[in-house]
Structures are given as structure tokens and as C-alpha cells.
Design a protein around this ligand. Structure first.
Ligand SMILES: [Mg+2]
Length: 121
């Protein structure tokens, strides 16, 4: 059975843990985690996951800059932005920078699955 592979990029350990739990129970394979945008970019190149979940506010390199770097080097990358309330401006910039989709916190398992399947189809 071929599982869809996911890289989780988020500086919050709690968010990573919640996302991992939901995604694993939905049948996805978490191939890696990164704690900032730079690490996320580096791990993307290393792991070539089917999809990335990308937090926006992170140290070193934020989610938008990481998205830009990933899409510049790997235009085929599927990056789903994880958003919180009050990030509308960032969302517009993410769309312009090639984000595939958005998922708002708090996570809703069914919705997560719908979005990931849509993006990787
Ligand atoms: Mg964050």
C-alpha cells in the first residue's frame, strides 16, 4: 500500500504533535518534522514528501518565505498553509507565492483529510 507522505513544518511542538496524531490516524505517513522555515526547506529537498503542512509564524524563516524557497526550487511542491485568525494578509501573499491550500486552526480531522486528498490527487 502506497501512503501519502507528509512533512510537518511548525515551530510549536504541540501543533506538530496534534497534526501528526490526526494525520497518522487518517492513514498518512509522516516522513519528517521541521521546527522553522529554513529546516522545512532543507527537509523538503531531502525527503520530497507528497505534501507539506506549513505553519506561518516561525523563527529563522517564516512559513511564507519557506514556501517561496520551496516553490522556487521545486515548482511541483504541494504546500498547505496552516493559518490562525488574523492572518488574511499573509494568506493573500501565500496564494501569490504558490500555496496549494489553507487549513485553519483548530484542526478538524475530516477537513484535513479532504484538503490533503484534494491537493495530492
Ligand atoms: Mg508558529
Amino acid at each position: 500500500m502506497i501512503m501519502t507522505t507528509v512533512l510537518i513544518v511548525d515551530d510549536s511542538r504541540t501543533s506538530r504533535k496534534i497534526l501528526r496524531g490526526i494525520l497518522e490516524s487518517e492513514g498518512y505517513e509522516i516522513v519528517g518534522e521541521a521546527t522553522n522555515g529554513l529546516e522545512g526547506y532543507e527537509k523538503y529537498g531531502e525527503l520530497k514528501p507528497d505534501v507539506v503542512t506549513m505553519d506561518i509564524t516561525m523563527p529563522v524563516l517564516d512559513g511564507i518565505e519557506s514556501l517561496k524557497k520551496i516553490k522556487t526550487d521545486y515548482p511541483e511542491a504541494k504546500v498547505i498553509m496552516i493559518t490562525a485568525a488574523g492572518q488574511k494578509t499573509k494568506m493573500v501573499e501565500a496564494i501569490r507565492s504558490g500555496a496549494s491550500e489553507f487549513i485553519a486552526k483548530p484542526f478538524e480531522p475530516e477537513h484535513l483529510k479532504t484538503i490533503i486528498d484534494k491537493v495530492t490527487k
